[in-house]
Design a protein around this ligand. Structure first.
Ligand code: COA
Length: 205
């Protein structure tokens, strides 16, 4: 089933005053995309590569290469073209992509109300300024606008666990030995969900 979302819409734009509150020199804008051009693929590959090189367990093993990163985003782009997911990007004042997250719509026909959050990534140079929180809020807004009222995710990151818990996600539990670490050896994953039905109404995505 193709999920309709208006393309390339500004979801959240941090005002200069918000940026000042965040102690950030640059406001960050979050956009919800339906397609990825070459500029986005390059910027997203920069972010993905930086996160993996920083030790994030996000589906990849060492060594991380540019080719693997670009192949991942080209595949995501094809999936977006099939209407299976949206990719949100956070861009700094110069238009550089500093973070991203995805909402995956494709689900069995008996779960039309559910979406999956994936690949929450913020470049190390942009962390701890509220970019992750802005991406999460925008992803939830996108999901609600698309009629999705239940989101699920799994994470192997303590930083991400705190982010999700802060924004009202419920921790379900831990699955041991779920994936491999970058250099081998098992790591656990933690499952979360959020019921969006109690969320306050927002402007359409
Ligand atoms: C998890 C991740 C996405 C968080 O992104 P982020 O942009 O740093 O997130 P936020 O800025 O919203 O919050 C991070 C922390 O900064 C704090 N913070 C936010 N704005 C701040 C500010 N202006 N000044 C000081 N601290 C601030 C938050 O309170 C939070 O604190 P905590 O570490 O005690 O929980 C990021 O660390 C990341 O990309 N990790 C690697 C990839 C990964 O593992 N992703 C998870 C996949 S599920």
């Amino acid at each position: 089933m193709r999920q309709r979302i208006s393309s390339t819409i500004v979801v959240i734009a941090s005002s200069p005053s918000r940026a000042a509150q965040m102690n950030s020199p640059n406001p960050v804008q979050v956009r919800c995309l339906e397609t990825l051009g070459d500029r986005e693929i390059q910027g997203l590959s920069d972010v993905l590569t930086d996160c993996v090189e920083g030790g994030a367990s996000v589906s990849f093993m060492s060594p991380m290469t540019r080719a693997k990163a670009e192949a991942f985003w080209r595949s995501a782009s094809a999936s977006m073209a099939r209407g299976e997911r949206v990719v949100l990007v956070a861009e700094d004042a110069a238009g550089a992509i500093v973070g991203t997250v995805q909402v995956i719509w494709a689900q069995p026909e008996n779960q039309p109300h559910r979406g999956e959050l994936a690949k929450m990534l913020v470049h190390r140079r942009a962390r701890r300024h509220g970019v992750g929180a802005a991406l999460l809020a925008a992803a939830e807004q996108c999901a609600l606008s698309a009629g999705r009222t239940l989101l699920v995710l799994d994470t192997a990151s303590d930083d991400a666990e705190r982010l999700y818990a802060r924004q009202g996600w419920q921790r379900v539990g831990v699955i041991p030995d779920y994936a491999l670490l970058l250099d081998g050896g098992f790591c656990a994953t933690t499952l979360f969900f959020k019921d969006l039905r109690g969320a306050p109404p927002r402007a359409p995505c």
